[in-house]
Design a protein around this ligand. Structure first.
Ligand code: ADE
Length: 411
């Protein structure tokens, strides 16, 4: 199938399964809040992202889209967005650093009022090379944990120059996207890259945030013996009580068949770990940046490197051990897999669209800081999703509402 046709069909498939976005599209079209608004986006360019971008375009916004990662683009979708839907898309799988930043700059050339970012590279540019555009920005949305961590550091230094909404921490985002989305799509990537069995293997998960929880849960479901590594004592206890072994990475690597990092920090697996690692271990990263597994250390320690399958590089270390690195250490669920499942991104992107509309309506009164997603947006998305699943829930009676709201005796 040629790229264009494949991309059109992938977009149609995603649209067909994004029920929440369908409702949101209707509402935003009717209220016209985003009509004529210029929106620059840097997200993983694949089918679900395409539906978010097309939705914004269909409700009257002027949209440009680039990829937030050099290796995550679905080229068929990028071609279809450009050629079939006239949506200006600047993305290609396998961009080098120069092309990556050229594309980010091209979406900023729109002179946006709203920015939708994943990982905060667009927002970073608006605070460095493209500072001249920052004064026109009403506000920005940030999709992912790593981006929010960067933005909180910028806010703490007093250097944030427009309001940002932390979409990642909306309940309807992290509870499902980070946990069940990453849980499933990480294995989509590992299966595609390796065709190896998980059952009976020792599977190490670096980090027990919402993403790590999802990966560990799914690894257990697939029959692996799961080890979690953590630096946070509370999360470590949670992992233990969820039934996983917990130990430092330096111990875990000795028995690992698979190691997957999902921490948002760097050097989770580094020189000292490569020295102690089990021969033949398969390493992958599900965090936003490709610095969780130190490629620099791996390259320095390697006697040879060769590509043995699509998305699998075999490193033979000077001590003779073999290590397999998947997807060049870039987030494996998009480098080799197809990203989070459609129904998951439906909820995350509904939060994105409604948060963009919130900025358009409220930017004049928004403080320059990192904002939480208003609870009403979270609740609205949850109600639409429940309705689409055909699930009804109870409502409090007037007496119950009174009961939970009054100060009373404890009987
Ligand atoms: N598809 C689009 N954006 C994604 C993200 N941040 N994670 C996984 N899949 C995605």
């Amino acid at each position: 199938m040629n790229l264009l046709k494949k991309g059109i069909l992938r977009l149609e498939w995603a649209r067909e399964h994004m029920d929440v976005m369908k409702d949101i599209r209707k509402e935003l079209k009717e209220n016209g809040i985003l009509e004529g608004v210029r929106i620059s986006m840097a997200l993983h360019v694949e089918a679900k992202t395409g539906i978010l971008a097309l939705t914004l375009q269909e409700i009257g916004a002027k949209v440009r889209l680039a990829s937030c990662n050099p290796l995550s683009t679905d080229d068929s979708v990028a071609v279809a967005l450009n050629e079939e839907y006239d949506l200006e898309t600047f993305a290609r799988k396998g961009e080098d650093s120069e092309e990556y930043y050229r594309n980010l700059n091209s979406v900023l050339d729109l002179n946006p009022q709203i920015v939708i970012d994943d990982g905060a590279d667009l927002i970073f540019l608006l605070h460095t090379d493209r500072k001249d555009l920052a004064g026109n920005i009403w506000g920005a949305n940030e999709e992912t944990t790593t981006g929010v961590v960067r933005l909180r550091a910028l806010e703490k230094e007093g250097r944030l120059s427009f309001p940002v909404i932390d979409v990642n921490d909306a309940y309807m985002k992290h509870l499902f996207d980070n946990r069940y989305g990453t849980g499933q799509s990480t294995f989509d990537g590992i299966f595609t890259a390796t065709n190896l069995l998980i059952a009976g293997k020792t599977f190490v998960v670096g980090g027990y945030g919402w993403c790590g929880r999802g990966i560990a849960m799914r690894a257990k479901g697939l029959g692996a013996d799961v080890i979690v590594t953590e630096v946070d004592p509370i999360k470590a206890i949670e992992a233990r009580m969820d039934g996983f072994r917990v130990m430092p990475m330096i111990e875990a690597v000795k028995e690992a068949d698979f190691i997957v990092s999902a921490t948002g920090c760097k050097d989770i697996v580094r020189k000292e770990h490569f020295e102690a690692i089990k021969d033949g271990a398969v390493l992958a990263n599900s965090g936003h940046f490709d610095n969780e597994i130190s490629k620099k250390d791996l390259e320095e320690m390697a006697a040879s490197v060769r590509k043995v399958r699509d998305f699998v590089d075999e490193y033979i270390l000077k001590n003779g051990k073999k290590i397999y690195l998947l997807g060049e250490g870039r987030l494996i669920n998009l480098a080799a897999g197809q990203g989070h499942p459609v129904e998951i991104m439906d909820m995350s992107f509904a939060i994105q669209a409604l948060s963009a509309a919130y900025i358009a309506e409220n930017y004049e009164n928004m403080e320059i800081k990192v904002h939480q997603v208003p609870y009403e947006i979270d609740e609205k998305v949850a109600r639409i999703k429940l309705k689409s699943m055909g699930i009804g829930i109870d409502e409090l009676t007037p007496e119950q509402i009174k009961y939970v709201n009054e100060w009373r005796e404890g009987t």
